[in-house]
Ligand binder design. Structure first.
Ligand SMILES: Nc1ncnc2c1ncn2[C@@H]1O[C@H](COP(=O)(O)OP(=O)(O)OP(=O)(O)O)[C@@H](O)[C@H]1O
Ligand SMILES: [Mg+2]
Length: 255
């Protein structure tokens, strides 16, 4: 069975896309076959995985509009066993076009049911709790929530959690919070330690032991269209995403 994980947090710039791309690559490096689905009109995951404009003819937008799964919407990346369904800015229009449809919350779920041959599908959600993210959360079996190690890290988390809870009562009773990952931890900044302490106090065992450091190599990699593991395998950011992937695999095998 293909496991579907949504990377979600309606707060912007917390490391959703960075986590989606690099966790996917790290999982591939330890033997899994992964499909990334770029559910954000900003298309950062598509750019970060090196998908040029001319390879964005069949995107998530076309899937939503036609409501039919098309094999050729899946694009290979430069990394074997890592594929992507890219997005374009016009995906923003889908959010409006979907509003009147009866099955508007579960279109993505029915499309993804037809995709086989992957260990995981990782969905990069946009920074909002609108219909696109709802579609991601209805399609997913679990959610990973990145939290940036900054003041206000926990702000907005309660609305995300109540959205997840109400989806459990309506469209997706098995939706799990798989884990919370702290991102952009700056070891020279005492605030990072305070935020980590606070988040662990509030969320306990749901927070992954692995913390993603603030690392300039991570922020450089997307402009080269490469995940960090390909851009600089030895930097602290690469090591952290490999550790996160291992922690997730262990969590899954422990059940
Ligand atoms: N660990 C890190 N170290 C340094 N820079 C990082 C790190 N993680 C993310 N960044 C940078 O921070 C910015 C925001 O990250 P990212 O795009 O992953 O967040 P996001 O939650 O997907 O944003 P959005 O809400 O706009 O979709 C990017 O410029 C990214 O390169
Ligand atoms: Mg993003």
């Amino acid at each position: 069975m293909t496991k579907i994980i949504a990377i979600a947090n309606q707060k912007g710039g917390v490391g959703k896309t960075t986590t989606a791309i690099n966790l996917a690559t790290a999982l591939v490096s330890i033997g899994q076959k992964i499909l990334v689905l770029d559910l954000d009109p900003q298309s950062n995951a598509s750019t970060g995985l090196g998908i040029s404009e001319d390879r964005r003819k069949k995107t998530v937008y076309e899937l939503f509009v036609s409501n039919e799964y098309e094999k050729n919407s899946i694009q290979n990346t430069a990394i074997p066993n890592l594929d992507i369904i890219p997005s374009r800015t016009d995906l923003a229009a889908a959010e409006i076009e979907l509003v009147d449809l009866e099955n508007r919350e579960s279109i993505l779920k029915s499309l993804l049911l037809k995709i086989e041959n992957y260990d995981k599908i990782i969905i990069d959600c946009p920074p909002a709790l609108g219909l696109l993210t709802i579609n991601g959360l209805v399609a997913a079996g679990s959610v990973i929530i990145p939290l940036q190690c900054e003041f206000f890290a926990l702000e907005g988390l309660s609305s995300l959690i109540s959205t997840i809870e109400s989806l459990r009562e309506s469209f997706n009773k098995n939706l799990q919070i798989q884990g919370v990952v702290l991102t952009m931890f700056d070891k020279r900044n005492s605030l990072s330690y305070l935020v980590e302490q606070d988040v662990r106090k509030h969320l306990g065992g749901r927070v992954y032991k692995t913390v993603i450091p603030r690392n300039v190599r991570i922020s450089e990699a997307p402009s080269h269209g490469k995940p960090i593991l390909i851009y600089d395998i030895n930097c602290p950011g690469s090591r952290a995403y490999i550790d996160l992937a291992k922690e997730i695999i262990k969590q899954e095998s422990d059940g």
